[in-house]
Design a binder for this molecule. Structure first.
Ligand SMILES: [Zn+2]
Length: 496
């Protein structure tokens, strides 16, 4: 048997460079469909699959051409380049007796290898035993191929029947994604109210709190590793803490706000590596004592800042949280109890995930030391309310599709994309989502492959935050549109 190209050589350096750059790609890339920690880059998956499926080349000029071609093929921007992908498919067919080779990935995970095998025209089989991965694989490989083709759709517009070309799967995910947003908003909108001047809240900045352990002080210490809200070249805003009687208060200072105080370093907060310094009396709580306070329920949370979008003014604005903000939040807390009970009765399970987190020795999972033991503990009450309401609406969307006469499998496909979207919303809206002052953006729960403790966090308004549901839906649609454009593989009829 003749050797395969990859056994002879491979443009390792070039493909590695391209794979590294791929991390910055967003639009249409499956990393934005759903997180998978060990997903391989598409560039290396595509290049190695191709090089393993074509034959070694003895002629130096031809060999050189193949090397060059592998580099071009591996580039993200050529993922849907018909000329290049079709040439790759032809080369593979020619090297395999004119029949699409069978490719099996028995540990398919995030789907990079089967996706690229599919792109290269192979008869692709992907196997996984993790149900999350199975769902990702269905949404990546199966549904776009099965339902994502552009077809002629007949529609009635007024009295006339018109025909148009459309990708029905993309249209339905968009339609029902918007439906979920609108329907949930009817219930949740009131928990993210506008300000009186019409400013729209996009997020809320919270700090966890511990009581000062100095008996003659005892104030509630907001845990903040630093005080920056915006730390950009042309926008410097931070919180300035001061003690007023028995309470730590804040001013917002910097560009467009109160004047900056002298001799204050906003990068030095009240907590570092679980060591807490009281801003009132200077008493120190060491890491062990801090954890103990969390484990014994002596800690709290305090909403400190509301992040706003203003009409006729770009960028994010900040104001201190008021009694009204807290009152709205308490109402959301009450509503969570009602909603949770209702859904528990309806579904027969707790809608807030009550499964335990992995044991506290698990690498990188630190939150258990701070009294968070279940997955549901990673969210504040309004975040939980938002997520269970979205989940309910996706289930209702599925029911409505069936009522409208959708095929069951197809309705399941549409609902699956919306379900992946909820997971991504959870990744963006937990009490482990950090404010990033350098960009004023919000960090995701799984910024790293870990769950480290976070002292202060951003709760987003799921409708208005730039990373909220609309952005999740847009990214899902970009993925679907990309995946649907991968041409079908012509397989011979199975015999026997
Ligand atoms: Zn103190």
């Amino acid at each position: 048997m003749r050797r395969r190209f990859i056994e002879q050589s491979f443009p390792l350096k070039e493909v590695s460079d391209i794979s590294r750059k791929e991390k910055l790609v967003r639009h249409g890339h499956i990393s934005t469909l759903h997180i998978w920690w060990t997903r391989k880059p598409l560039a290396s998956s595509r290049a190695t699959s191709y090089a393993a499926l074509i034959l070694a080349e003895d002629d130096p000029a031809e060999w050189n051409k193949k090397q060059q071609f592998i580099v071009e093929l591996s580039k993200w921007e050529n993922s849907l380049n018909r000329q290049i992908v079709e040439k790759a498919r032809r080369d593979i067919l020619n090297a395999n007796g004119g029949k699409p080779p069978r490719v099996l990935d028995p540990f398919a995970g995030g789907g990079s290898i089967p996706l690229e095998a599919l792109r290269l025209g192979c008869e692709t089989h992907a196997v996984e035993y993790n149900p999350v991965a199975v769902l990702i694989l269905k949404c990546t490989l199966e549904y776009p191929q099965k339902y994502g083709r552009v077809t002629r759709i007949k529609e009635r517009v007024g009295m006339v029947e018109v025909e148009r070309q459309a990708n029905r799967l993309v249209e339905d995910v968009k339609r029902w994604g918007r439906w979920v947003s609108e329907e949930s908003r009817k219930e949740l909108g009131g928990y993210y109210p506008e300000d009186e001047d019409g400013s729209i809240p996009v997020g809320y900045i919270w700090a966890r709190t511990v009581p000062c352990q100095n008996p003659s002080c005892g104030i509630e210490i907001p845990l903040m590793p630093q005080y920056w809200l915006a730390n950009k070249d042309k926008k410097k805003i931070f919180l300035y803490p001061y003690v007023d009687g028995k309470q730590v208060e804040f001013k917002i200072v910097g560009d467009g706000y109160e004047p900056m105080p002298k001799d204050f370093d906003p990068s030095k907060g009240t907590v570092s590596k679980a060591f807490v310094v009281c801003p009132a009396c200077g008493n120190v709580i060491d890491d062990k004592a801090t954890r103990k306070l969390f484990q014994t329920g002596k800690t709290g949370e305090r909403m400190i800042v509301v992040v706003l979008r203003k009409k006729n003014s770009d960028g994010k604005h900040y104001r201190l949280a008021t009694e009204r903000d807290l009152e709205v939040f308490r109402k959301a807390e009450e509503q969570l109890k009602v909603k949770r009970q209702k859904l528990m009765e309806e579904w027969g399970i707790d809608p807030v995930p009550d499964e335990p987190l992995p044991p506290k020795e698990t690498l990188g999972f630190r939150v258990q030391r701070y009294g968070m033991f279940k997955w549901g503990d990673l969210f504040n009450p309004r975040q939980k309310l938002a997520l269970i309401t979205f989940t309910e609406k996706v289930r209702q969307a599925y029911k409505k599709m069936i009522e409208e006469g959708y095929d069951e499998e197809y309705a399941k496909a549409v609902a699956s994309y919306l379900g992946l979207g909820i997971n991504r919303l959870a990744d963006r809206n937990s009490s482990l989502c950090r404010l990033i002052p350098q960009t004023e953006a919000v960090g995701f729960t799984y910024s790293r492959q870990a769950l480290p403790m976070l002292w202060d966090y951003v709760e987003m308004c799921v409708y208005e935050h730039p990373s909220g549901w609309n952005s999740v839906l847009d990214e899902t649609l970009e993925n679907l549109s990309h995946l649907s454009q991968i041409p079908p593989v012509e397989l011979e009829e199975e015999k026997g």
